[in-house]
Write a protein that binds this ligand. Structure first.
Ligand code: ISE
Length: 335
């Protein structure tokens, strides 16, 4: 029988996840959706026969017809919602970030441990992207020797008007934080966040682009350009520099197309508009892996600890952003 899923938060990402569950995830289907904006939930439910609307997200989680939960609400609501899933013993796929502060992320690590089961998967979808997975295998194989540095670029065409410089760190840079931990297989010990001069047309509260430097336990360095209002498209690139070679991912394939008129013709590949297209395959694989594990009453992929460790780095990053200083990351002992 199908895994019956509640999707809590059906804005842009959540609505995409409902479509994914209904059309591209084997053995799972959405039965209930909930959203802080009832009209949004109604609209999504109306598009998919058999999907009900719950006005209260906690009621959706508690629903007897719900076996597992996807959370795609803003990060500051995650602790309460994930806790409710743990209390009911329901597997949960929680979009990144796990929470927006270290204390609450650690509380979730501990609450999950107290259930005696693995129930939480954090939505760091890049780990499921075939290119990232291949880069991880390359590092594990030791083919290129010891990783020394990584250069990362993370560019968005645009972000919503309420996006601030802190959100760049908590919501966007968090992906490179997780990728660094995933690819290099070690913790991040310090972070520096700087800004070059800003582009002129950004909204108040946002400096863009952002430059971050991550230091790892073994002494590798990772530099990250997060550039969230390029007006161009979605570009996410990682170049690993190792002892015996380098490896670059994020130059998407796709057809090389020539177009245009005499004198203005160009030849090239198109840039995907957003993460929904760029990471479509990753999200699909992420959901299939989650659903398969949830049907067995458990979870897979990025753990609550991964979510906590990433939040510990990004909250130190917010401190670093304010002070302009290199800031050390303090992690709880991993028991
Ligand atoms: C968004 O929340 C994401 O997770 C995207 O992957 C990232 O590129 C974007 O900057 C974030 O706002």
């Amino acid at each position: 029988t199908d895994l019956r899923v509640a999707v809590v938060g059906v804005g842009m990402m959540g609505a995409d996840h409902v479509r994914r569950l209904q059309t591209r995830t084997a053995g799972a289907r959405t039965v209930v959706v909930a959203d802080a904006f009832p009209a949004t939930a109604e609209k999504v439910a109306a598009a998919w026969p058999g999907v009900r609307v719950a006005t209260d997200p906690l009621a959706a989680i508690a629903d007897d017809e719900v076996d597992a939960v996807v959370i795609a609400t803003p990060g500051n609501t995650h602790e309460e919602l994930v806790s409710a899933c743990l209390e009911r013993g329901k597997p949960v796929l929680c979009e990144k970030p796990l929470t927006t502060d270290v204390e609450s992320s650690l509380r979730l690590v501990e609450a999950e441990r107290a259930t005696g089961r693995r129930l939480i998967q954090v939505g760091f979808m890049r780990r499921f992207d075939p290119e990232y997975a291949a880069l991880r295998s390359l590092v594990e194989s030791d083919d290129l020797g010891r990783p020394l540095m990584m250069h990362c670029a993370h560019r968005n065409a645009s972000v919503p008007p309420y996006f601030t410089s802190e959100m760049v760190v908590l919501d966007s840079l968090v992906h490179e934080v997780d990728c660094t931990r995933f690819l290099l297989g070690e913790e991040i010990t310090a972070i520096t966040v700087l800004h070059p001069r800003s582009r002129r047309d950004v909204p108040d509260g946002l400096s863009d682009p952002t430059f971050a430097l991550l230091e790892t336990e073994s002494g590798a360095l990772v530099d990250v350009e997060v550039n969230v209002a390029t007006g161009l498209g979605y570009e996410v690139r990682t170049e690993l520099v190792a002892e015996r070679g380098t490896a670059m991912i994020g130059l998407e394939g796709g057809p090389v197309v020539a177009r245009g008129g005499a004198g203005s013709a160009s030849r090239g590949r198109s840039v995907p508009p957003s993460f929904k297209e760029r990471f479509k395959a990753a999200y699909d694989l992420e959901f299939q892996a989650w659903a398969d594990a949830a049907r067995r009453g458990t979870a897979t992929g990025p753990t609550a600890w991964d979510g906590y460790a990433a939040t510990a780095v990004t909250t130190a990053g917010v401190e670093a952003l304010r002070s302009g200083q290199r800031t050390e990351v303090r992690l709880a002992a991993r028991s």
